[in-house]
Design a protein around this ligand. Structure first.
Ligand code: OFO
Length: 190
């Protein structure tokens, strides 16, 4: 059946109100945050790989990819709404980690800051009355709940394991098949 959509992506510049400069700047700020997250987790993945923690490395490489996807989603949204996405320069992330627990604490700390940034963007959307972008940002709000919960669960597990090598081996093995996208599957009735 022929179907004409007047609201498709090609027409989106005219079909939706264009982004205000404030919203465009806030979203571009978030592009930089997601890019920095991807880079930070890439450094963590590489550290874990060098420590022989292959499951942890796999998990972190995947996490880095997911953050890049979060960045891309924003880039496309900004451009589709008639704005201009800015691809940021990247700073070298921290590479000196003391332990696997140190990694996940740094990850949780980082994600808590990301949540604050996202809340800041949501706040700007409300102030600017941009309900389309507000709606788009809800995906990020939900994602942050998952990511923070998973990081906390992993830190709890690591605290229980302490210096037990067998426990650490099993922890690393379990991380092999896990990702934020699969909802963790850790300690959630699995
Ligand atoms: Fe870790 O989160 Fe992106 O958004």
């Amino acid at each position: 059946m022929a179907y004409i959509c007047f609201n498709n992506h090609e027409n989106s510049h005219s079909a939706h109100t264009m982004l205000s400069k404030k919203i465009e700047a806030a979203l571009n700020g978030q592009v930089a945050v997601e890019a920095a997250s991807s880079q930070a987790y890439l450094a963590m993945a590489s550290w874990a790989e060098n420590q022989g923690l292959s499951g942890t490395a796999t998990f972190l490489y995947k996490h880095s990819d997911e953050e890049r996807m979060h960045m891309l989603k924003l880039v496309k949204f900004i451009n589709e709404r008639g704005g201009k996405a800015v691809i940021p320069a990247l700073k070298q992330p921290g590479t000196n980690f003391k332990s696997i627990t140190d990694i996940f604490q740094a990850l949780l700390h980082h994600e808590t800051k990301v949540t604050q940034e996202i809340n800041g963007v949501v706040d700007t959307c409300l102030k600017e009355k941009d309900y389309t972008t507000h709606n788009f940002m809800q995906w990020y709000v939900g994602e942050q709940i998952e990511e923070e919960a998973l990081a906390r669960t992993l830190i709890d597990k690591l605290n229980l394991i302490g210096s037990d090598k067998g426990g650490l081996y099993l922890f690393d093995r379990d991380l092999q098949g896990m990702s934020v996208a699969t909802g963790g599957g850790y300690n959630r009735g699995a």
